[in-house]
Design a protein around this ligand. Structure first.
Ligand SMILES: COc1ccc(Cl)c(-c2nnc3c(C)nc4ccc(C(=O)NCC(C)C)cc4n23)c1
Ligand SMILES: [Mg+2]
Ligand SMILES: [Zn+2]
Length: 346
């Protein structure tokens, strides 16, 4: 793995101490994006510690520290798909494991919970701020590698994660004996591939069906639930307050519109969602929440009633986007672009 992480950074992370004790860190109301950027790696270790993964799996702390810094370094500074996104996704997995008591209630084995957290941390490694259809449309190197199987970016994120695990002093799965090791890699693969929205859409009908009569002993129910949980973590910004969901939209459309500009410069017309001249962000957000986010969390709430409070927050955020849509329509007659209006909306 060509990336390099300095050993002094590993030591500094090992000594980051526990003077970071943010109140409510383990509450669904907590916004992980408020953690100072330089403290994020320390909070990753804190999550592993707090879930007792370090003791249970006899992980050497210097290996976990080195792994965490390699993962962090593996992310690019894209407007949205960056290390902060990965940290927020992993934090939501930590909240689910802890607050829904996934292991105690036997929805996950201890190994599945451990790999679930690791998968979230790694799920978007080396994302370039462009989506799967861009890879195939523009015939990128990643498309030539993976487009025959689909989920091009997700297969790349998985490959990058494997590279880090195979890097000297970074294999946090090294203490897993025999079949546990290969089971961990299978779980990592299933989890990361599940974050491809296309595969989420393929399994939405099955997800709705099993959540009406969930059987935690049924392996196919469990596999579908774990895939749902990965997508929930990936969409965790929608479960926070309006300020977070507005900021997330700005970052995502910054990425989408840059991809649209790139496609225009290559002579292909971008889809409306990625065309800054055509996209109405509030409309697109209402659609995304209505068609994807709400159904997903509503299905999850069928299995975990405590998730109902999160569904209410998502509905409230959608109401704000609806109001923004009305304002947007009013101002767009005056020729203001979507971003101006979004930036002005309180
Ligand atoms: C779970 O995997 C992913 C992967 C990539 C992204 Cl960006 C997201 C994601 N995370 N938050 C958002 C928000 C707030 N809006 C979005 C609006 C559209 C789309 C999108 O990809 N639409 C096309 C598809 C439906 C065919 C994704 C959006 N999104 C999630
Ligand atoms: Mg992704
Ligand atoms: Zn993601």
């Amino acid at each position: 793995y060509h990336m390099q992480v300095e050993e002094e950074d590993v030591q500094a992370l090992l000594n980051c101490g526990d003077d970071h004790n943010i109140k409510d860190f383990d509450s669904f109301n907590f916004c992980p994006r408020t953690v100072p950027y330089r403290h994020m790696p320390c909070y990753v270790l804190k999550m592993f510690e707090d879930l007792n993964f370090i003791k249970r799996w006899r992980i050497k702390k210097n290996v976990l520290a080195r792994f965490t810094l390699y993962v962090k370094k593996g992310y690019r500074d894209a407007p949205y798909h960056n290390w902060m996104h990965a940290f927020s996704v992993a934090h939501f997995a930590y909240l689910l494991i802890k607050n829904l008591r996934l292991v105690e209630e036997e929805h996950m084995t201890e190994l599945q919970a451990f790999v679930f957290l690791v998968s979230c941390l790694c799920h978007d490694i080396d994302h370039r701020g462009t989506n799967n259809s861009f890879q195939t449309k523009c015939g990128t190197v990643l498309a030539s590698l993976y487009s025959s199987e689909g989920s091009v970016m997700e297969r790349h994120h998985l490959a990058q994660s494997m590279c880090i695990l195979n890097t000297e002093g970074c294999n946090i799965f090294e203490t897993l004996k025999g079949t546990l090791y290969s089971e961990a890699l299978d779980l990592l693969r299933n989890n990361i591939l599940a974050t491809d929205l296309a595969s989420h859409f393929r399994s939405v009908d099955d997800q709705r069906e099993i959540t009406r009569c969930y059987d935690k002993k049924n392996p196919s129910h469990r596999k579908l639930l774990h895939a749902m949980l990965m997508t929930c973590c990936d969409l965790n910004d929608q479960t926070k307050n309006w300020k977070v969901s507005k900021q997330t939209a700005e970052q995502i459309y910054d990425e989408f519109f840059s991809q649209g500009d790139l496609e225009k410069s290559m002579g292909t017309a971008p889809i409306e969602m990625m065309d800054r001249e055509k996209a109405s962000i509030p409309d697109l957000q209402v659609q995304f929440i209505t068609n994807l986010v709400l159904p997903l969390f509503t299905n999850l709430a069928m299995v975990f009633p405590s998730v109902k409070s999160i569904v209410q927050i998502i509905e409230r955020n959608r109401e704000v986007w609806r109001i923004a849509t009305a304002i947007f329509q009013k101002y767009s007659e005056k020729g203001m672009t979507g971003m101006d209006i979004l930036l002005n909306a309180r």
